[in-house]
Design a protein around this ligand. Structure first.
Ligand SMILES: [Zn+2]
Length: 379
């Protein structure tokens, strides 16, 4: 496996064992919610909190005066309709058990084999009507929300924990009503599924009465992002978006949302043709990246173009999303990446910038450069 394939993209570092099969075990959920080591990543109204630029996390044993009274109120609500944030004031989601801690003294253990600090995301949406009250979380309301720059300056482990919690909590906060009948939904399985609360069998509900499954699962929106290279990797096509048009002149890869009934490869071919007019048959996946703004999965691919005087011709007039697209010399792009120190964007020629290492586009561009260098015998 190449270095790019084995390395985690930013937001893609999995340090928790999600033990997804244990989420439906109420005894497991309740025992994690009462263990002293259990660590919560608190959010207020959907925003994580900053402690000197880091992701604020609270351990039960370290903040019993804050957490014990909250958990005392929340434990009876597990898997009940009152567990929904409109009633409780809280969205709670189990993230997993920290890996690599099996030998630590006092570590949480379940059924003698599942070990590690339990992690939860918890998003407070309190008011005077909710079970958790504003006065229960005064200490948190004095803190500062985490800003996006702080997120991108974190190490990958911390950023990935943030991303994991944010994507579940974002889903829980938005999907309040059943898409089948409009009844309120409430969280099951430690905040990883939502169930329709409609018990009236006279009222039709496509979700509750579905033959295969009667719950709603978290949503992830897949996006294809593709680097376009010539067959010999000596040229790479990069584009400047109209949407991201700022003072910075940024050239990057092509990206777009996947559509229903589309393969990853077909979505890449469609996006490439719609945006650049280039015809590309040969598409392969390279890497992927969760992207928590709000709940995307970036599926990073490589598209190889066989130049024949037609396939490689750039036309920006189909959906007119791009300000410009150009074939650049991979040699020049490689030199820019070689000089990159890992911070911010990559300085390319003149005032052109390329995406930095927190973006999957960087890894796709690097993938093309590495392929080119390998062919040149310099890697
Ligand atoms: Zn329903």
């Amino acid at each position: 496996m190449s270095a790019i394939r084995s390395a985690s993209t930013f937001f893609g570092c999995e340090t928790l064992n999600r033990v997804s099969f244990l989420r439906e075990d109420v005894e497991f959920v309740k025992s994690t919610l009462t263990h002293g080591s259990t660590t919560f990543v608190p959010f207020l109204g959907g925003e994580a909190l900053s402690l000197n630029g880091s992701l604020y996390q609270i351990q039960l044993d370290d903040s019993p005066s804050l957490l014990q009274p909250l958990l005392h109120k929340l434990l009876p609500l597990v898997n009940t309709p009152a567990g929904r944030a409109h009633s409780s004031g809280v969205n709670l989601t189990f993230l997993g058990l920290k890996q690599g801690e099996e030998a630590r003294e006092g570590v949480f253990v379940y059924r003698s084999q599942y070990k590690g600090t339990p992690y939860y995301g918890i998003d407070f949406r309190v008011d005077s009507e909710t079970i958790i009250k504003p006065q229960d979380i005064v200490a948190l309301t004095k803190m500062t929300p985490l800003n996006r720059q702080e997120v991108f300056e974190m190490n990958n482990e911390e950023a990935s924990l943030y991303s994991h919690a944010k994507m579940y909590l974002d889903w829980l906060s938005k999907y309040n009503f059943c898409p089948g009948c409009g009844s309120p939904m409430y969280p099951l399985d430690a905040g990883t599924k939502l169930k329709c609360s409609n018990l009236n069998s006279q009222v039709n509900c496509q979700v509750r009465d579905a033959r295969v499954t009667n719950v709603c699962f978290p949503r992830t929106d897949p996006v294809v992002i593709v680097a376009i290279a010539s067959r010999d990797f000596s040229k790479i096509c990069l584009a400047r978006s109209k949407r991201k048009h700022t003072d910075t002149i940024m050239y990057s890869t092509i990206a777009g949302f996947m559509e229903p009934a589309e393969t990853v490869e077909n979505a890449c071919r469609r996006e490439i043709w719609e945006e650049t007019g280039i015809r590309c048959d040969d598409v392969a996946m390279v890497t992927s990246q969760p992207w928590p703004y709000p709940v995307n999965l970036m599926i990073g691919c490589l598209g190889i173009v066989d130049a024949n005087g037609i396939n490689e011709v750039i036309t920006l007039t189909h959906d007119e999303e791009l300000l410009d697209a150009q074939w650049f010399s991979t040699e020049d792009v490689s030199k820019a990446l070689d000089d990159y120190n890992g911070n911010g964007m990559v300085h390319f020629k003149d005032s052109i910038r390329l995406p930095g290492s927190t973006a999957v586009a960087f890894h796709l561009i690097k993938h093309v450069c590495d392929k080119y260098k390998r062919r040149q015998g310099s890697l």
